[in-house]
Design a protein around this ligand. Structure first.
Ligand code: ZN
Length: 1014
């Protein structure tokens, strides 16, 4: 085999029927050993393509990290300190994990006196109105605990990839506010504290054991009371412990209280629950007590207080994406160095102009909501990272070295001199980061393009210094802020330095892959491949090989040379290798038949097509038009699915269209009227689901109803299969005792799972924790249903389908919290009908065709028809069903909307990896169901599986390219985060399809065919 990736052009043209007859039952009797050999080699190639596809998509999906999420950290800068006395000696930082701004600020009716409005946090409300200053802190995606705390305390936005690098250990060392303090004390969650205190000898931290974060047991607010208690203990211990007392008397001291209760209660009961509201009250009282304690202890008014949150919480009880409920958190500061409340008449813009990394445009609502009742007060908004320089400035330590935060000067009560010097230190710190990045880039790249915005930097710095010497503090501050904006833009410039080059490479890679797949299918499954002139191909191969070698050498020298001269990361070489492989090797190796076909088509005669009949020339031109039609149809369909990412209702429309197509269309003459009606009804019921809102809570009744629906559908189909055997005409209608037993067991298991959900949920509602028996039974059912998939074998296609769909229903019910099982039941019914109709149609058609082809020796026409039927019948629907399965119950825009509470029947202790695995299995199940039905259908209809499968992949990749270009780096973070997750999802779906094809071919036996034929 000379060509690694080429089809068997040279070998099998002429005797192609061998390799294909094996898929085709008409001629499956005369297998030669040579044919078997061909088939083996052929399957080897498919396997190679699948593995290559897996690697390719995994690598290219990671590319967005190189393009959009490079780690911003650089090392080797010197800290810049203000040489003036700081306003505060110590700082207390309260972080209410998962507290969203509106639930904190809004005023609500007092339960006893309805006319009167009260705050859920009366003490903090008093601070906002009479003592300190307030605003909204805008966080960035991902709105997760770890990146939120890094932004707050270290002042930079961690790249998304860090989230995957574990929760406790630091992928890289970074500087933060605690690091700069003389002593720090921290109390809170074991997920967060060690991240800051592990390598800092002067920080003392204490955490509760991880098991304490149990969603199932009562109220989580005890996590907060624990923290407040620890603070009390700290100060009471200091009366006995001289060493500790000395530490506490030091200046530049930080006390950090991480309050996880709200996050845990929000996940468990959602942020509009009484539990969440009560927890706000508990935090409020705890802060009141702590502040009094500290003020009494020191009695010097030298303490500054900052209260904020790391991220918000959506109504679904989740966070992670850029929804406003997630990105808007409260910020309240008071005490030493912080200004008191100011009238809103001083507000220049409605909201303070936000600065931040490269002037990010946050999804900011300028309007302060009416029910906050804060219109009379000045509101100062910040980007989350700005809180780090604010804290540094208050206690007079240098800003964290990698901070991109900009000191929010309107929080300060300090005089012009101190404020300006602090802002100047902040400016120099960011400027130095820019200088370091630009030097690094200059040293490493051959064709260095410098950032034009900062050419006159020295002049600006000189000007700032002049202003400061002459005490023109306002002018100096304005210039500092302008200069910071330039530096941040410059940092962004270097952050995205490689982007144009990478974008080109990635696009070329995707296009190369799609072309390769298409050429492969064209060569192996269409007349273009079968009918091309073998001799001509043989003659052209040497020159093509030469061309291919030249291409590979040229591209390798150019691309790798460029990468080497720029000192690029290893992954860049991998991206380029794929591009070189596709464009230099696989495309040239597969292009010949198509090239000859095009040549003959253009010249208008069928000379290059072998002399198989007089009508061949005509049919080639008509099939060309056919391909064009198909291509146009496919592109329209894929674009509609792209639209479906932004509006799920498109799926509903598509469902209605599909439903009507078969029930009233011309292609449905032979389908019986009741079946048509069922199909239409089933499609219409499926069309409902994409319209249901996504902010749903738990509803055990709907889960139980869904379980019963699945049970009913299962019983009905089993009854139907046992009594009517249209589906497998060759199988005797009697059901053996064994299969009766299996069916019964599956149906009983479904009812049992439904009962488990019901009893577990009522136990959790009573807050008596997760019953041990229920937990054990759930796990047993989950594991057993997964392991039974492979040994469970139906006698014929339909029985196998019933087994598979019932077995998969069990874990799905256990992982459901609302209407998902109803969706799943309808989905099973819909897929079953689809398969039923498809088989009926095919059998009618093949019967008539068999008669026509009786005297025809070759199977060309049928093969051509199969090609067409692959494209028309299966592909579109497979992709369509996949998307329905994936998005029917989840939000298309964000992974975070897959509810954590779905996993409460298995565990209630917070464990991100176990919970993510369970959720993935839940997402996986509908997709697996589609794959199984597809494999079964392919088996039943004798469609060559690889061909249709490869086309599915190629078409799905059109979508990936689409989303790759739709990825944004400007605009609101909601849009950016969404566009990136779209790209990630479209890649993940292809990877899933590749994996699922493996799984479903493992659990769908190919042996029915043999049984049925004999
Ligand atoms: Zn959090």
């Amino acid at each position: 085999m000379y060509h690694i990736f080429s089809s068997k052009i040279t070998k099998s043209i002429g005797d192609h029927s061998h390799s294909h007859s094996s898929h085709h039952h008409h001629s499956s009797h005369h297998h030669s050993s040579h044919g078997q050999d061909e088939k083996k080699r052929f399957n080897g190639k498919i396997l190679f393509i699948v593995v290559l596809g897996l690697i390719f998509h995994s690598v290219f999906a990671i590319s967005i990290f190189d393009i959009y999420f490079r780690s911003p950290l650089v090392h080797g800068m010197t800290p810049h300190k203000v040489d003036l006395p700081a306003p505060a000696q110590r700082l207390v930082l309260f972080v209410a994990d998962g507290l969203r701004a509106d639930k904190f600020y809004e005023m609500v009716d007092q339960p006893t006196d309805l006319g009167k409005k009260v705050s859920r946090a009366p003490y903090m409300r008093d601070i906002v109105e009479n003592v300190g200053s307030w605003g909204v802190s805008h966080t960035r995606v991902p709105t997760e605990t770890r990146p939120g705390h890094v932004a707050l305390i270290a002042g930079f936005y961690e790249d998304v990839s860090a989230v995957t690098k574990g929760w406790k250990s630091n992928p890289v060392e970074f500087d933060h506010v605690f690091n700069q303090s003389t002593f720090s004390f921290g109390y809170g969650s074991p997920d967060i504290l060690p991240m800051f205190s592990d390598h800092v000898p002067h920080m003392t931290s204490e955490s509760y054991p991880p098991e304490a974060e149990d969603f199932g047991h009562s109220d989580a607010s005890f996590l907060d009371t624990w923290v407040f208690q620890k603070i009390e203990e700290l100060f009471s211990n200091s009366t006995k412990d001289v060493e500790l007392k000395k530490k506490l008397q030091n200046d530049k001291l930080i006390i950090f209280l991480h309050l996880l209760g709200l996050d845990t209660n929000g996940h468990a009961y959602r942020p509009y629950s009484q539990e969440y509201y009560n927890n706000i009250g508990i935090v409020d009282r705890g802060i009141k007590k702590t502040v009094q304690l500290i003020n009494d202890y020191y009695g010097d008014d030298k303490t500054a207080y900052v209260f904020t949150a790391d991220h918000g919480m959506s109504n679904r009880g989740s966070h992670g994406d850029g929804e406003r409920a997630n990105t808007e958190t409260p910020l309240v500061a008071w005490g030493a160095g912080v200004r008191g409340p100011l009238s809103s008449s001083l507000q220049m813009d409605r909201v303070t102009k936000l600065r931040g990394k490269a002037r990010e445009v946050l999804n900011v609502n300028n309007e302060t909501p009416e029910n906050w009742k804060l219109h009379n007060l000045l509101r100062s908004d910040v980007s989350q990272a700005d809180i780090a320089p604010l804290m540094s400035t208050l206690i007079g330590v240098p800003c964290p070295l990698n901070s991109v935060g900009v000191l929010p000067t309107d929080y300060l009560s300090t005089d012009g001199k101190y404020t300006t010097h602090a802002l100047y230190a902040n400016t120099m710190q960011i400027w130095e980061m820019f200088k370091l990045k630009s030097t690094q880039k200059k040293e490493n790249s051959y064709f260095y393009r410098q950032y034009s915005g900062l050419v006159g930097a020295d002049k600006i710095i000189g000007q700032i210094n002049t202003y400061m010497e002459n005490a023109l503090y306002d002018d100096a501050q304005v210039l500092c802020l302008e200069f910071i904006d330039l530096c941040l833009a410059g940092l962004n410039y270097f952050q995205t330095y490689d982007r144009p080059f990478l974008m080109t490479i990635i696009t070329l890679g995707y296009i190369g892959w799609i072309i390769t797949l298409c050429l492969y299918v064209v060569n192996n499954y269409t007349t273009v491949g079968f009918k091309c002139d073998k001799d001509k191909v043989e003659n052209l191969i040497p020159s093509i090989d030469k061309l291919s070698n030249y291409l590979i050498i040229t591209m390798t020298v150019l691309l790798f040379g460029f990468l080497l001269s720029n000192d690029s990361p290893v992954l860049y070489y991998l991206y380029c290798s794929f591009v070189i492989f596709f464009w230099g090797k696989t495309i040239p190796a597969n292009v010949l038949p198509f090239y000859l076909y095009l040549q003959s088509y253009m010249s208008g005669n069928g000379s290059s097509i072998s002399n198989r009949g007089t009508t061949v020339g005509q049919s080639s031109s008509s099939s060309f038009i056919d391909y064009l039609k198909i291509a146009v149809f496919v592109v329209i369909f894929m674009e509609l699915l792209v639209v479906a990412y932004f509006d799920r209702r498109v799926l509903s429309v598509l469902y209605v269209v599909v439903g009507l197509m078969w029930s009233v269309g011309s292609s449905s003459k032979h389908i019986a009227a009741p079946v048509k009606l069922c199909w239409l009804l089933s499609c219409l019921s499926m069309a409902i689901f994409p319209n249901i809102g996504l902010d749903y809570g738990n509803d055990t009744r709907l889960v139980c109803l869904g379980g019963i629906l699945i049970f009913a559908i299962g019983s009905f189909t089993i009854y139907y299969v046992n009594n009517r055997t249209n589906w497998a005409t060759t199988v005797p209608s009697s059901t053996s005792g064994k299969s009766k037993y299996i069916q019964g067991a599956l149906l009983v298991s479904i009812l049992f799972a439904t009962w488990l959900v019901f009893s577990t949920d009522s136990a959790l509602e009573k807050k008596i924790g997760l019953p041990y028996f229920n937990q054990l039974a759930s796990w047993v059912m989950l594991v057993a249903s997964a392991f039974l998939l492979s040994p469970l074998k139906g006698k014929h296609h339909y029985q196998h389908w019933v087994y598979m769909s019932l077995a998969l229903s069990i874990p799905f019910i256990l992982l459901s919290i609302n209407y998902e099982p109803l969706f799943f039941g309808c989905f099973i019914f819909n897929l079953s009908l689809w398969m039923f109709i498809e088989v009926g149609t095919e059998e009618k058609e093949s019967n008539t065709q068999q008669q026509q082809n009786q005297d025809n020796v070759t199977s060309f026409i049928t093969q051509n028809d199969i090609t067409r039927s692959i494209i028309y019948v299966c592909l579109k629907r497979k992709i369509f069903f996949c998307y329905v399965g994936f998005f029917g119950v989840g939000n298309i825009a964000s992974i975070s909307s897959f509810e954590i509470s779905s996993t409460y029947r298995f565990t209630t202790i917070f464990d991100p990896f176990l919970m993510a695995a369970l959720l993935l299995w839940k997402i996986f199940i509908p997709l697996l169901l589609v794959s199984i039905s597809y494999s079964l259908l392919n088996n039943r209809l004798h469609i060559p599986r690889p061909a249709s499968f490869l086309i599915v992949i190629a078409i799905s990749d059109i979508m990936s390219i689409n989303f790759f270009f739709l990825v944004k780096d400007t605009g609101s973070w909601l849009d950016i985060g969404m566009s990136i997750s779209h790209f990630a999802i479209s890649n993940a779906i292809i990877i899933l399809q590749l994996l699922l094809s493996g799984v479903s071919s493992a659990i769908v036996p190919t042996s029915f065919k043999l049984k049925m034929k004999q």
